[in-house]
Design a protein around this ligand. Sequence first.
Ligand code: ACO
Length: 446
Amino acid sequence: MPDTRTTPTSATQTLADSLTIVDNRTGSRYKLPITDGTLRAADLRHIRVSEDDFGLMAYDPGLTNTASCRSGITRLDGERGVLEHRGYPIEQLAERSTYLEVAYLLVHGELPSSRQYEDWVEAVTHHTYVHENVKSFISGFRYDAHPMGILQASVAALSTFYPDSARLDDPDIVREQVVRIIAKMPTIAAFAYRHSRGLPYIYPDNDLTYTGNFLSMLWKFSEPSYAPDPRVERALDVLWILHADHEQNCSTSAVRSVGSSRVDPYSAIAAGIAALYGPLHGGANEAVIQMLRGIERPEAVPAFVAGVKRGDERLMGFGHRVYRNYDPRAAIIKKSTMDVLDATGGNPLLEVATELERIALEDDYFISRKLYPNVDFYSGLIYQALGIPAEMFTVMFAIPRASGWVAQWLEMQGDPEQKITRPRQVYVGAPRRDYVDFAHRTGDRP
Ligand code: ACO
């Protein structure tokens, strides 16, 4: 007779909040609780064929259908094109907030009072300087070192400058590292850029805004103080609001995974930078620029789109793993692109981009597959208009994402359910066998 085994349920759970599974190997039935639309993967372990069986596991390469945490930071609804931070829609934040305020919101969970905001801006502004030795070791990189490599190594190295950062049990020390990370990212990023151009490093200017100071560290020459164009400063601020967090993406998962070992936050954030470095994650905006350059003229767009539909190419900057609707960030970025191009005098690729978007959005190939512009369709155009070279594009993404990474890292540290990340595997290698001496091995290995 098949038996029914119930995995532990809470007192409030009803039959409706559960899933009944029949194991056809044994005939046993199991009732697994459902909470927030999820099963606890560990509950599957109760499903066994024998006492010494390890129990059933979920197999999910790429974790495409696995929730690894409960999070109150960012809500993303890809079907409806919704993105909210701590409940606030991204459209309102981009319109009315500043990047540093959004960073505060992500980290603290609430919008700051005006006093809290002033203190926060002051704290971040006064931590923008880096130790002189950071400057020296950036100078030690090869002249053509990729700025993402420099950023990653330098952020990791900050843990050696602040050994206290390993003390995760002291909230004051933790808070100081959070401020330092957000404050020093633009400085290290700008130094990495100046290094690649053989230019002297420019120290932070504490009279400027967060983005204004970054522009100064990139572009200042011999003038006593750099005066950023307010339109460019604001457009960059909006761009950084849009990139601040995007829930459990590859780099954020890397930060959480590495941080779960309770290593210091610099080492965890450096892991996020490493993940973002990869072309499948942070590199799409550069590919958009290459694509637009290849198309060259608006008149050539129909032929390019026909090639995409034949499967000869991919329309870069279109489509998204999660969004099956217009990426809400893309609409906002389009407006910022216009503002920047107004200030910088235009970009011939913009015409190609707008024509490409127009034709694609009217074409059944893209409509039926729910392919819409994503955040990267226009961001490369902005960076290009600002004179930022392609190898810096991912660095420009990493600077604002640091606030999302630290917010997620903090949330994980305070979550009593979290454990060190340690997935299981399905072993498909050789069965147990005995070691063989060289003399008795046959053939050369490939
Ligand atoms: N151009 C042409 N066709 C596309 C595109 C595209 N950009 N994206 C998806 N498709 C097609 C696929 O070929 C597939 O067609 P089929 O059903 O005939 O086989 C269909 O649309 C569905 O695509 P999926 O396989 O569901 O898309 P997936 O979720 O695997 O990929 C991805 C998402 C990788 C972002 C993809 O859309 C893509 O390569 N886009 C271009 C690269 C890009 O812009 N990446 C940036 C993403 S945003 C970010 O990372 C910050």
